[in-house]
Design a protein around this ligand. Structure first.
Ligand code: SPV
Ligand code: MN
Length: 624
């Protein structure tokens, strides 16, 4: 085989690209590239090293082939995905499972042999007449225990360019691993194109082979389906971490700045489009990462890294008031890709919630657009898509944390679980301890669906640890891994739930966009025992005085007792209904649920019933 591999590579790569590939002494990687060439039959192959020259080549290719178009500001480009390719496609994202393996009823899978054949049939000759790009990146900081080298093969310069912004370069890292077989592999084709977008979205597939650490992605361009190192790698990493005793989570990492210059690192798991990036970007705090974290135990501490080094963020509602740092980066020269925004003839991007009146015409993901334009189902097309995105490097941001590239990671002081919940959870609550936190906050998480995935929005959905879309092992084992993770840690991180989306009886949100700063700063004070808390049947909530102080000091607003009572009322009825809903899912769909999960549910139910009998369905925090 190795002779064939080398012969094939010699025949299909020009001298300079061959030299770049052969400078890496990794037969398994060479075989992956050779097999991809044999299958996809590209016209030429470009091997991308970490050099500025190669990165510039990728950037230029993306403009030349029409996937990106320059905007008025230097370094800015825009990209459109197809009208029906605007979000993650959960239905067509599947694990390839060999006969006899089972990940449980909650995970989407398909027979390995049939699925591999199907996706390979879509890959066959898919790159004819095109150039194949072979890129190397590293998940996590390079030269670290956290590092996972990756090779990405794609025919989309836009995908490769996005990855150059989002990940640490990995060519040199690949040199350092020699012939190690331990790396992730991604093979993507955007398939046939029409007006620069993937045409055959009915044949869109994202298939994950956990045994081989390979993900195939075909007939799609949207980043969540194509950027190998993002959610495709997260699915591989969760499985790998389970075998190796660490955690891979859908979490931001941020430095929360407490009194007297104290910095406490938080991780936060939120479903897509539920405030994860905006929390990590809170004013006065520093960002390590906004989407994916690896956590490891080191010398009796839990430490974590940002797997990425850039942000693929939702642009909606990024404006000068709510997110000044990102807004600044989006309006100044620098390398930024705008995805699925509205572009006007003067080459300016516009998006929902940017804090300015939007133009009434322009070009967007639907083609020429004018206000009132409808799609073929009669629905009005928004000027920019609700899931429109920007891509940039975190190092460009003025609030970049100094721990971003630390190979040791940063120590975790607290973990936050957030979701989109209009009627049940209070804005912030501390769990009683690690076990209660993992089970009653993480494993009980529900959230209303958003535009980040294809399908209906606003449907309350079970979303374990905000990681349901990416978990790649039986859910019971995933929970047990989380529970066990604090073993041997003298002072495990505190665990909190947050909910920014609570609504009043009139259907309006009870909190402003910036209030989350108060919840996070309160949690930081709790980590250090600086404030007391009130016990509820489900955890520990802030005292009114402490919040009033924080609102005054941090936001300059008066937080009234009426606000507090409405927001922090313990809704025993709704909490009991939530317990029943979630317990039913575990009973029906998760045969390996650890018994401790049901014990925690039962204890919580007893406490809630006792409180309900004594004080009713909705209890003022002043009555606790
Ligand atoms: C998310 O949807 O959770 C994202 C964007 O962070 S992506 O997964 O890439 O679609
Ligand atoms: Mn995400």
């Amino acid at each position: 085989m190795s002779d064939n591999v080398n012969d094939l590579l010699r025949a299909r790569l020009d001298e300079s690209n061959l030299a770049k590939l052969f400078a890496l002494k990794n037969p398994k990687m060479h075989a992956f590239v050779a097999e991809a060439i044999e299958l996809a039959q590209p016209e030429s192959v470009f091997v991308c090293t970490d050099s500025d020259e190669d990165l510039a080549y990728i950037r230029e290719r993306s403009v030349e082939n029409g996937e990106e178009t320059p905007l008025a500001i230097k370094g800015h480009t825009y990209h459109f995905d197809g009208y029906y390719d605007q979000a993650r496609d959960k239905a067509n994202t599947k694990y390839l499972l060999a006969a006899g393996t089972d990940l449980g009823a909650s995970l989407n899978s398909t027979d390995k042999k049939a699925g591999t054949e199907e996706v390979r049939s879509f890959l066959k000759d898919s790159m004819a007449g095109r150039q194949m790009l072979v890129c190397f990146f590293c998940l996590g900081p390079t030269n670290s225990e956290f590092s996972i080298p990756c090779v990405q093969i794609t025919d989309s310069p836009f995908v490769a360019h996005s990855e150059c912004l989002l990940y640490r370069p990995g060519y040199e890292q690949f040199k350092s691993i020699g012939d190690s077989p331990d790396f992730f592999r991604f093979l993507h084709t955007e398939g046939e194109l029409e007006n620069c977008v993937s045409k055959n979205v009915d044949k869109r597939r994202v298939y994950i082979d956990l045994d081989e650490n390979i993900v195939y992605s075909v007939n799609t361009q949207y980043g969540g389906n194509t950027i190998g190192l993002k959610k495709l790698a997260l699915r591989l990493a969760i499985n790998k971490s389970s075998r190796e005793g660490w955690l891979a989570e859908h979490m931001f990492v941020m430095g929360v700045h407490g009194p007297a210059g104290r910095v406490t690192y938080f991780t936060g798991a939120f479903p897509s489009a539920c405030g994860k990036t905006s929390t990590s970007m809170l004013q006065g705090q520093t960002i390590v990462g906004d989407d994916i974290a690896y956590l490891r135990k080191k010398a009796g501490e839990i430490r974590c890294v940002n797997v990425e080094s850039g942000i693929f963020g939702i642009i909606r509602d990024v404006n000068l008031t709510d997110d000044p740092v990102i807004y600044e980066a989006l309006t100044q020269p620098g390398e930024v890709i705008f995805g699925n925004v509205l572009v006007t003839d003067d080459s300016k991007p516009h998006w929902l919630g940017m804090g300015q009146e939007l133009p009434t015409e322009g070009t967007n993901y639907s083609g020429k657009w004018h206000k009132g334009k409808t799609d073929d189902k009669g629905n009005e097309i928004t000027p920019s898509h609700k899931n429109a995105r920007y891509t940039l490097r975190i190092s460009e941001l003025s609030n970049c944390d100094e721990g971003l590239n630390d190979p040791e990671g940063v120590p975790v002081g607290a973990m936050v679980y957030g979701g989109r919940d209009s009627d049940t959870l209070v804005p912030v609550e501390q769990a009683f301890d690690w076990t209660e936190g993992i089970i009653a906050k993480g494993a009980m998480l529900e959230s209303e669906t958003t535009a980040a995935t294809l399908g209906k929005e606003g449907v309350r959905t079970f979303n374990i640890m905000s990681n349901m879309d990416f978990v790649s092992l039986p859910l019971g084992r995933y929970i047990q891994n989380n529970l066990d993770f604090a073993g041997g840690i003298a002072k495990p991180p505190l665990i909190f739930s947050v909910n920014y989306f609570l609504k009043g009886k009139d259907g309006r949100y009870l909190n402003g966009m910036l209030d989350k700063k108060v919840w996070v700063l309160w949690a930081e004070l709790r980590v250090h025992g600086d404030v007391e808390a009130i016990e509820t049947p489900t955890g520990l909530i802030p005292k009114y005085e402490d919040l009033a102080d924080l609102f005054k000091r941090e936001l300059g607003t008066d937080y009234t007792k009426e606000n507090y009572i409405e927001q922090f009322a313990v809704r025993t009825g709704n909490l009991l209904a939530k317990l029943d809903r979630v317990e039913e899912i575990y009973k029906a769909k998760v045969p390996d649920t650890p018994q401790i999960v049901f014990d925690v549910f039962n204890r919580q139910r007893e406490r809630l019933n006792a409180a309900k009998d004594k004080l009713g369905e909705c209890i003022s925090p002043f009555d606790l």
